[in-house]
Design a protein. Sequence first.
Lengths: 439, 249
Amino acid sequence: MSNLKDKLVSSYIAFEDHLEPDSPIHDLRNEAMKVFEEQGFPSKKEEAWKYTSLKSLEKTDYSIFPKQQEKHTELKDVRKYFLHDIDTYKIVFIDGVYSSFLSETTHDSIDVCLLSSALNKPKYQPVIETYFNKIAKKDSLTSLNTAFAKEGAYIHIPKNKEVEKPIEIINFSTGNEAAVMLQPRNLIVVGENAHVQIIERHQSLSENAVFTNSVTEIFAEKRAYADYYKVQTDNPSASLIDSTYVSQARESNCRVHTFSFGGKLTRNNLHFYQNGERCNSTLNGITIIEDKQHVDHNTLVHHTAPNCESHQDYKGIFADKSTGVFNGKVLVDKIAQKIDAFQQNNNILVDDRATINSKPQLEIFADDVKCSHGCTIGQLDEEALFYMRSRGIAKKEARALLMYAFANSVLESVKIPELKQRINKLIAKKIGVSLGFQL
Amino acid sequence: MLHIKDLHASVEGKDILKGVDIDVNAGEVHAIMGPNGSGKSTLASVIAGKEEFELQKGEINFEGEDITELDPEERAHKGLFLSFQYPIEIPGVTVTNFIKTAINETRKAKGLDDMPASEMLKKIKEKADMLEIDRKFLSRSLNEGFSGGEKKRNEIFQLAMMEPKLAILDETDSGLDIDALKVVANGVNKLKSKDNAVIVITHYQRLLDYIVPDYVHVLMGGKIVKSGGKELAYELEERGYDWIKEELV
């Protein structure tokens, strides 16, 4: 048994004392805790965790219920983490606790608020009963989150409602303690024909260790449109396991973009379930890491209905001793004819010491489908470098420009111009490109 | 301007250039012709500084300086330009942004500040007009999805923007229809002056109708085996290369 597991198991007993004894959620938590207790943290023996070890996290003494900081977090200190040049809704948590001061929520025709309210107030009961924990996989880490989840974003967009500004979900950790564990839980329901854009980030404000085990469930009803952006630029002492589950009804369109530029260890479990005809799913990602950083993308698209599309495009640039994993699975049920599924994973290893493990998996039981996948791992194109250098661009800049161009192609599909520009600049900064033009 | 003496170069242990001699002076246009695999493109790449070629012997002197030890970018900064036979696609970087980077990097190397934006814009407009390049073309990703002709025209656009002392055109005519060929040739002619020089590498005499060479060299088996005036190009067009081989024997 690991240290962290023991601590979590005993902490749960204390946590449970404060819960309402007879609520259905309580039963859910007990069941979930049982799963975690039985399975524990996944080990490298499991196929899905072959290249990602949680050992160092298990040995760290994380505080399970972070103490609240006395000092107020000032807006000026964290403003840069918001998309501050445009108006947005904001749901902000500091060390796992909602900050009304930094947030901008609403109940005006849409619900952009807190999961704690949704779990506790009777008026949300029907929605919670219909959606909460319904598509989340019952694996050990998601179960652990379910057992402890107290807080997170609750977003409910009713039928035909187009949300006019993006919603930002930001989880700050202040470094109040040497090491904290956070387990945010988000529930997002996008009603029939409704539109929403969401940006999520986890940001530590100190060099102290933080381990976030985040779970998000997204439900897109008929013809709904959901655009979700994950900005992962955290400090080198922060680790994140993000499990996001997307359930799509017919003709819905869901897109998740994941920008992994930071953190110590990042694991993204991103699972899409298409449950009706003519769904469209997009999973795009850019990973740019260095030092000993580790980013693991584990994607699943499960086609259970005919005439749907899915597109996956993941690009990675790995420097120093950084390691990347891409494990992308496309599952096409027998009934799901006329599927167009595309998966692409391209990687550049900047150093000999960097590693990428890329494993595309197609499991197709239908016979009339169009499925393709491709994976490349390589160094920078020498011909392209020579071309640029022969135009007077120095080697370092030419390399940077090539990497920039490589990563940048994924940005085409970002629909929020301010975010696109922000990511663009992050990429340029990350790669160290000083271009002779404004981005 | 460019003096090449007894140049030997190899790639992966295979000898390609086996003693090339060429002298190019300011104001001159030289054509290098030769059959496939004779080493024409290698010669262009070696002059531009491509690292995969190994220089075993010989001199490349440009503007009074031995450039054999210089990086490709340093050669470009000195005023050398190679128009590629197969230009590279760079997604996410527009034609305009690429040329701005190239120009400002070159200026930086010379200790100059960036070219003022207004001046840059004016120059881009002027050169694009000269080469009959559509404005929309300039905001497309460099060479991405370009037709063969568009790629070549874009190379000459960059040449016009960079105003090098020596331009080497490697098979610029391949992939061009006759109208595009005229536009490109016209562009090159407009850029010609008594202070710069052009080396045209080609298979066919067609391009030389429009960019008229002062000298024509035949490269065969990694050596310049024959040199002459522009009439040599016509002779090659008519008679092929075999008669030269026979002459050599």
